[in-house]
Design a protein around this ligand. Structure first.
Ligand code: BGC
Length: 264
């Protein structure tokens, strides 16, 4: 295990599961088991807090206030408040989430959007490291999350999962997230057609230099990335579904200059 000073805990709260681990921040690697509990039905604040306590307990760090802790959440996060609620309870809208977790856990934490922290992990330790220009990371899971990174600086809260499809009720994530593939039992080919629409649209709007795909399904990137024809290279997140845990932990310890905007 790395020295205490270079370790932090990351908790990644998703629409389906809450994942956590202890991370060595020099290597950008998990140095504990990856713990996971289901996100409580309805994902109300108190139930989510209880589940986070449970996952910290199973990691053996529940009472350890010396180890820094970062928490990632699937909503717009500004100044510690959650401002949206696509796959969680509406109670999170306009909620003092960071303070709620700090009071509940009895310690300081850092709190940010889940896709943004995955972007931080890939920026510091993965596929976006050293890449100039515009990198767009998307997480394909219960929803679609996005992180915009321009010249190594994260622009927080981009929310590109909610792009609208002209003439359709469902937004991009309702149509093309991994949960849509599971719900509708789509083949990789059929799902890839939806992703083609989505990434074409993102490319048209932003002309990125690199697209990174994160989220649980990124471990199966061999099944679908080669089916996509895009102008920019599209690659899986180096840290796959652990990018959220690693990025949350990285936020917990210190605020790197390049990513300071996310916690302001
Ligand atoms: C939320 C985003 C989040 C994404 C992935 C979307 O529904 O609006 O804030 O990053 O899901 O969890």
């Amino acid at each position: 295990m790395a020295a205490q000073g270079s370790r932090a805990v990351g908790v990644d709260i998703g629409g389906t599961g809450i994942k956590a681990g202890v991370v060595d921040l020099e290597a950008g690697q998990l140095v504990s088991d990856r713990m996971k509990v289901p996100t409580p039905t309805g994902a109300k604040p108190k139930d989510v807090l209880d589940a986070v306590e449970q996952v910290l307990d199973s990691l053996g760090v529940a009472g350890d206030t010396d180890i820094p802790l970062g928490v990632a959440f699937p909503a717009i996060v500004k100044n510690g408040r959650t401002l949206s609620a696509a796959n969680v309870s509406e109670e999170w809208i306009g909620f003092e989430a960071e303070k709620f977790f700090e009071d509940g856990l009895g310690r300081d934490i850092h709190f940010a959007n889940d896709a943004d922290v995955a972007g931080i992990a890939e920026l510091r330790y993965g596929a976006a490291k050293g890449v100039d220009g515009l990198v767009i990371l998307t997480t394909l899971g219960t929803g679609i999350g996005s992180a915009l990174i321009y010249d190594q600086v994260l622009v927080p809260n981009s929310e590109l999962g909610h792009l609208q499809r002209a003439g359709h009720k469902r937004d991009a994530e309702g149509y093309a997230a991994y949960s849509a593939m599971e719900r509708e039992e789509l083949s990789w080919e059929k799902w890839a057609k939806r992703l083609q629409w989505y990434y074409d649209y993102v490319e048209f709007l932003f002309s990125p230099d690199l697209i990174i795909v994160g989220g649980g399904v990124s471990k199966h990137s061999d099944e679908f990335l080669h089916l996509l024809k895009l102008k920019a290279p599209i690659v899986p997140a180096v840290h796959r579904n652990n990018a959220g845990i690693i990025g949350a932990a990285a936020l917990g310890l210190a605020v790197p200059e390049a990513t300071s905007a996310v916690t302001e």
